[in-house]
Design a protein around this ligand. Sequence first.
Ligand code: MN
Length: 503
Amino acid sequence: MAELKELLDVLKYPSKEKVALITKAYCYAEKVHAGQTRFSGEPVINHLFETAKILAEFGMGSRTISAGLLHDVLEDTDVSAQMLLNEFGKEIAFLVEGATKLGTIRYNGEERHVESLRKFFVAMSRDIRVLVIKLADRLHNMRTLRFVPKNKQRRIAEETMQIYVPLAYRLGMRKIKREMEDLAFKYVEPEKYDKTRKLMKKHMLREKSLGTFKKRLLKILAKEDIKNIKIDIRSKSVYSVYNKLANKNEDIEKIYDINALRINVDTVADCYKVLGIIHTLCRPLPGRIKDYIAFPKPNGYQSLHTTVFTPDANVAEIQIRTHEMHDSAEYGFAAHMMYKLKGKNSDDSYYSWFKQFFPAPQKSKFFGNQIDPERLAHIPDWIKKLVDVQSYVTIPTEFMDNLKSDFFQNRMFIFGARGGVVDLPVLSTPIDFAYEQGAEIGDHLFGTKVNGKLVPIGTKLKNGDIVEIISKKGSHPHEKWFQLCNTSLAKKQIREGLSQIKM
Ligand code: MN
């Protein structure tokens, strides 16, 4: 129970009801998982506790935290969805079921499936909180990856890099993204990881000098009557140093922000005041002062950046922002939710989850009613592809509606029997699926099994079907396939295949 208290202490806005709910979920999970252990030898409840704690740190509500405690119940115990529903109600049961479903998706190492897999992931989750639970779950799994059998580590790390890291990034959850990315990098590219780490260590000497500088600044800023100051030393992640090195001719001396001082204050006015004080104390490097408060980055990031010569003649980057800007940079959409709802029961407002992927342009406070093409440029490609982008440019509100309904009504996800997943328009058949895998596979399509049963190749597929393609060397496309397929890709390939036979 000592652990439970530690979890409750993290709650941002505890209330009697919230504490009671989380306590109930904790005790329930502890009971049904009793005796189960992880690869590390630790009891399973430790993993559930850590997952829930990560969610609490993100500022998620009590129902999401409870679902985090219960997220492995359906998979690993005898508890049924109905039992969960009776015990904890619809919302928590829904979140746990969603997280369980997402757990069955596997990245099989095939690059071309990655985009579909990500889309599938998002589509299946339906509610953004399900994604966040999976992110928290995965983060703790990555923290304990060293206990997992060697032959599994790499696959899990690659899956993390390909699916979870981009999702965390897209949700604006930089803190979790950074940590996950470094944990995965170590297993995916062990040599590059070690090499970069070593290089960084050599240059981390500055840390001590930064520490001295930090203490001095705290004193000076306190005298200037700036309240509620928080100063942290943050180190760049190994992975981003590795990437930056590639752009800087592998010269680590050119990366000034391996370490940086991060100063958080209450108000925007204080941010500029702090910048002024620092520049009075230390000479800034020319050309390195950036005002992302007045001119936020297209992804919404706000902060003042400057690089100065510290009193002991080192070079240090300093980032100054308000606590709110900081939380929004680190926790992304979760922080947004937290600030918007403050003490209210954040679980109660059901978020239209897709809108959280990027700020609604028509309501942007920086661009008024104008749709800024810059912003549009930063919407990830895979989201743009979900809908016709044209409609976005002309009627943004409709775009948002389309985004919610269209894609899921008109697309479905089909699994390959040997792994992988593709998304196809509804009414597609195994012929479409086969051509989606490649022209060769389509052309030699001979028969097909759907969910393990032999069916005609023109059978209409349903969302979630598992399709096995049976190929035969002597098999060729046939005229009648045109009537039996749905995608323009398949039609084009069949036409080409037919013309080759005729020649
Ligand atoms: Mn888990």
